[in-house]
Design a protein. Structure first.
Length: 641
């Protein structure tokens, strides 16, 4: 017998249009069943759970009131969009989410007309929604029936500068636009910062909002059930001066805070604003991350992301690990270094657990800074710390570091400040897909004068690189490492300070040399094992540094071999491109060196497990083996050589 929940009302919904003919009581049933369906689906697939559970009622209410997809519903980050996917014609594929060839874990334009704007990174929704509103008013679409734009943004995402840039612009333009602030008082970790405290104060002062609406004469904006209370409040408030919320100062009409799980509040308010709004409106909803599923509600991260799990117990089914994760090794190595050097400090942009800095925060609270989702600030704040004599480790996932690029160039590199960048999730990350792939950091850092760029081939190397970064005061230095577990190598007691710009020889062979940069070394060695069975023994070296390059090593490999192949977990423009430049300038191509550079292809690779993604990229052991055979002119059946 199937353990799937009974969902008789939800079963009648094949698209949001079906919600619009339902009574409010039926919509409440849909919400309850949608929650059960979401929990069941994620129990089988794993993925982002808590955020979706927190917006179940909002999702039903928004689709019931607004005319999606004509009205554009834009989910910020969009990790909370699973219930939205179930309601918008994707229920039959929801159990494929985040798997190869399955639904994306995020909103994606190519997946559905109900996903008007894709995401994965946070705090973009208000800008995009404003763009839609303006495009509609300017007649940018051949479809004259384009409707409203609605952004749903979390309190965590509200900590990023982009959200304020967008509100500043929206308030100025004054166009009809809806922002739903989904305030669950959580980011991935508890949210931090003055803005978070401000929102909490609005929440704590719920009746105050009612008074204020009254005092400002906004009573008419509220649906009838709320008017009476507001009128009474107005009486009480006669003669008092009430300051506006920040949102009102920015030009938005502010409504809230509402209970975002109460359909009796959500439906009438949404219907009213839809009928009456003539400018930007912000509706502040208080919700609970993980709502309705006790094991998620009880977890410290409120069930933010999960492996597959047993629904009755909440127990997650995690694969056994054979080696410590790179993140753990980094975190422990940094703790060790911080114990020796009081100037070592750490910065995270809302990812204390993901980067392993939660441990650092416990041990050295005064030297650890969670700045919220604010990568740009994290970089320049680190630059300031470095300029002030500290040794900041700015630990940011490769994909999110993209947001701080101008700060890296302008505030760090040009001033040659010794910020240490710990770049986690480098390379292809798996189920989160293209939005989260750490593909570009080597390319965008290695072209900056004075930067030192390293990649760890295994977890012992990572420990050395942490020690190297602590010791390096001459300018900015970065080291990258992948998501997931290490290779199981023996760990040194203490990290060793590496000589800057020097690689290491792994094995001496002949004919072909492979120069690996980063964690593909394991695949290189597997390829060599297989090649060994054919009597082929390539030379293998680990470059360690993409900048400065070990030119001596590169040129000696070029001189002593017929062919040289570089391998890396990054795009063109990175390590291999810089090696090619050195080779070209030295003239070795003139004497016939065969050179190949194995990089990520010039395409965005869809979500799958990392192994499948690297297969799609042509960077697994078999691809490296095929490349060696091809450069040697050995005939094979391989597709990719
Ligand atoms: C630019 C960027 N930095 C970091 C992240 C990682 N991240 C994903 S969701 C999330 C928390 C978002 O909190 P909130 O907006 O409140 O949504 P909730 O999960 O609470 O619904 C973070 C930090 C991201 N997606 N984008
Ligand atoms: C939605 C988001 O951006 C994060 O939740 C991300 O999925 C975390 O990835 P890790 O699991 O690699 O920490
Ligand atoms: Mg939140």
């Amino acid at each position: 017998m199937s353990d799937r929940p009974q969902t008789p009302t939800l079963d009648r919904v094949s698209s949001p249009a079906d919600l619009r003919s339902m009574s409010d009581s039926e919509l409440r049933h849909v919400a309850d069943e949608l929650r059960a369906e979401t929990i069941h689906a994620v129990s089988q697939t794993g993925g982002h759970l808590g955020a979706g559970l927190g917006v179940v009622e909002l999702t039903v209410a928004l689709h019931a009131v607004f005319d999606t997809p004509r009205d554009r519903l834009i989910w910020d980050v969009s990790h909370q969009a699973y219930p939205h996917k179930i309601l918008t014609g994707r229920r039959d594929r929801i159990r494929t989410i985040r798997q190869k060839d399955g639904l994306s874990g995020f909103a994606k334009r190519s997946e559905s007309p109900y996903d008007p704007f894709g995401a994965g990174h946070s705090s973009t929704s208000i800008s995009a929604a404003l763009g839609f509103s303006v495009a509609r008013d300017l007649g940018g679409s051949p479809d004259p029936s384009l409707g409203d734009a609605i952004a749903v943004i979390g309190d965590g995402a509200m900590s990023a500068g982009m959200a304020y840039e967008a509100m500043n612009n929206a308030g100025h333009l004054g166009r009809r636009l809806f922002v739903i602030l989904n305030d669950n008082e959580m980011s991935i970790a508890p949210p931090v910062g003055a803005m978070s405290s401000y929102l909490s104060r609005l929440y704590a002062g719920a009746p105050y909002q009612e008074f204020k609406a009254a005092a400002k004469g906004a009573v008419g904006f509220l649906p009838p059930p709320f008017r009476e209370g507001a009128r009474r409040a107005k009486e009480m408030l006669k003669g008092m001066t009430i300051g506006g919320t920040l949102f009102e100062e920015l030009g938005f009409s502010y409504i809230g805070p509402l209970d975002g799980h109460d359909m009796d509040q959500l439906l009438p308010i949404l219907r009213t604003v839809k009928t009456r709004a003539d400018g930007p409106v912000l509706i502040h909803c208080i919700t609970k991350k993980g709502k309705g599923y006790a094991p998620a509600e009880d977890r410290a991260d409120r069930g933010h992301a999960t492996a597959t799990f047993n629904i009755s117990t909440g127990e997650q089914k995690k694969a056994k690990s054979n080696a410590p994760s790179y993140t753990k090794v980094f975190a422990q190595a940094l703790l060790d270094e911080a114990a020796r050097d009081g100037r070592v400090c750490a910065v995270t942009a809302a990812m204390p657990d993901g980067t392993g800095l939660d441990q650092f925060a416990n041990r050295y609270p005064s030297r650890c800074f969670d700045v919220g989702i604010a990568e740009q600030h994290a970089v320049t704040f680190s630059a300031g710390l470095a300029a002030g004599g500290m040794k900041p480790f700015c630990a940011i996932y490769s994909t999110f570091l993209q947001r701080g690029y101008d700060q890296i160039v302008h505030d760090v590199a040009i001033q040659r400040l010794p910020v240490r960048f710990a770049i986690d999730r480098a390379g292809l990350v798996g189920a989160d897909g293209a939005t989260h792939a750490g593909s570009y950091d080597v390319a965008f850092l290695s072209n900056l004068p004075g930067f030192t760029v390293m990649a760890a081939a295994d977890e012992a190397e990572l420990k050395h690189m942490v020690a190297t970064a602590v010791a390096h005061d001459e300018g900015p230095i970065a080291f990258r490492y992948p998501r997931g577990e290490g290779t199981g190598v023996e760990m040194p007691e203490r990290g060793e300070v590496l000589e800057i710009g020097k690689g290491r020889m792994i094995q001496k062979g002949e004919g072909v040399a492979i120069l690996s940069f980063g964690a593909r070394l394991k695949e290189v060695m597997e390829a060599c094992e297989s090649l060994g069975q054919r009597g082929i023994t390539p030379t293998v070296a680990d470059a360690r540094f993409a900048k400065p390059l070990d030119e001596e090593l590169i040129l000696s490999l070029a001189e002593e071999h017929d062919a040289l192949i570089t391998v890396e977990e990054g795009t063109v423009g990175g390590f291999g491109s810089h090696v090619a430049q050195v080779l070209a300038e030295s003239g070795v191509f003139d004497s016939g060196l065969r050179f190949r550079s194995m990089v990520l292809p010039d395409t965005f690779i869809d979500h799958a497990n990392p192994r499948d993604m690297y297969a799609a990229a042509g960077l697994n052991a078999e691809d490296i083996e095929a490349k060696v055979l091809s450069v040697m002119g050995v005939e094979t059946l391989s597709r990719r050589a």
